[in-house]
Design a protein around this ligand. Structure first.
Ligand code: F6P
Length: 334
């Protein structure tokens, strides 16, 4: 079988399909290269001197791990000078960071969660990187707007590209530029991403759910009803048994959903009243990928991609995966 590398894939999206321009192609290649570097650091484990806490907190008050900080730096350093970005925003930085004035500025805005699931680092469970690419809005005179927080607050439907990497038993890179969702595996001998999961399709039905059950007592009624019915199995209203999985790394849980179907939920609850996951650099990119793979993503009431963002670090409830199950959860919210 002919191997298609990420570079070849991107060239074909630029040259044959005219889906991306040269700047976006370079940006995506640079992000992928940064993910390889992060993968190498994650892979070193306790030998890399980057385990443990960095002794600092991010804007949401979460303790930063050394690898959170390092991954953020790797992505910043890789992307800042390329000339294709107006600004970057990250889970680990309070405010957007415009391209430094000594580098050329470009058309795109990049958002990322540099190391998702980082509570799993020290226990050798998969973690990953999630990213979203938007275009910098223009003024009525055609010039690019100031790339401040307001410029980033666009609906998920505006994303020019989105993707994530999983640093697990293998390193995977999943990407959409608007023509489906495609997965690449890192070949550690040639250090290239090779297309191994072309045109991913999520089965519409499933018998597998992913949710943090320890929050059960705090859930809202529609979520409680849905999970109760799954747990009732063959004897219950669904008439079939369900299996449960929860890695506690969104990247790994979503990749499982992409691979064999399932429903992933982090609903709002009495403790996390807005939900737990971040809209701009977790929910939006994952929602775009899931929709491109034939699945659905909602906050219970509205498709994630249609939500008008209110803040860079806004949290949101997330229900995504196999379409018929996501629709069922949404119908219970009505
Ligand atoms: O960024 C948030 C995150 O780490 C996700 O990757 C994951 O799905 C979730 O939090 C895990 O939450 P909990 O700690 O409640 O299991």
């Amino acid at each position: 079988m002919r191997r298609v590398t990420l570079t070849q894939f991107l060239v074909s999206r630029q040259r044959d399909k005219n889906l991306i321009n040269a700047d976006l192609r370079l940006l995506l290649e640079t992000i992928a290269r940064a993910c390889k570097a992060i993968s190498t650091r994650v892979n070193k484990g306790a030998l890399g001197d980057s385990h443990g806490s960095a002794g600092t907190s991010n804007i949401q008050g979460e303790v930063q791990k050394k690898l959170d900080v390092l991954s953020n730096e790797i992505l910043l350093e890789a992307n800042e000078w390329g000339g294709n970005l107006a600004a970057l925003a990250s889970e680990e930085m309070d405010n957007p960071r415009p391209t430094p004035t000594h580098y050329p500025s470009g058309e795109y805005l990049l958002l990322f969660d540099p190391l998702d699931g980082s509570s799993n680092i020290d226990v050798n469970i998969s973690v990953g990187t999630i990213f979203s690419v938007l275009r910098c809005p223009k003024t009525e005179h055609g010039a690019y707007c100031e790339p401040d927080e307001k410029a980033f607050l666009q609906s998920g439907r505006n994303q020019a590209a989105a993707g994530f990497a999983v640093y697990g038993p293998t390193t995977l890179f999943v990407l959409t530029v608007g023509d489906g969702a495609h997965g690449f595996t890192l070949d550690r001998e040639t250090y290239t991403f090779v297309l191994t999961h072309p045109d991913i399709r999520i089965p519409e039905d499933t018998q597998e759910f992913a949710i943090n059950m320890s929050n059960q007592r705090r859930w809202e009624a529609p979520v409680r009803r849905y999970i109760d019915e799954c747990l009732a199995g063959k004897e219950g209203p669904r008439g079939k048994d369900f299996n449960m999985r929860w890695v506690a790394s969104m990247v790994a849980d979503v990749f499982r959903v992409l691979s064999r179907g399932g429903i992933f939920m982090y609903p709002r609850d009495a403790k996390n009243r807005e939900g737990r996951l971040r809209l701009m650099y977790e929910a939006n990119p994952m929602a775009l990928i899931v929709e491109q793979a034939g699945g659905a993503a909602t906050d219970g009431k509205t498709p994630i991609l249609d939500l008008p963002p209110k803040g860079l670090h806004q949290r949101v409830a997330v229900v995504l995966g196999s379409k018929n199950e996501v629709d069922k959860v949404a119908s219970y919210h009505k």
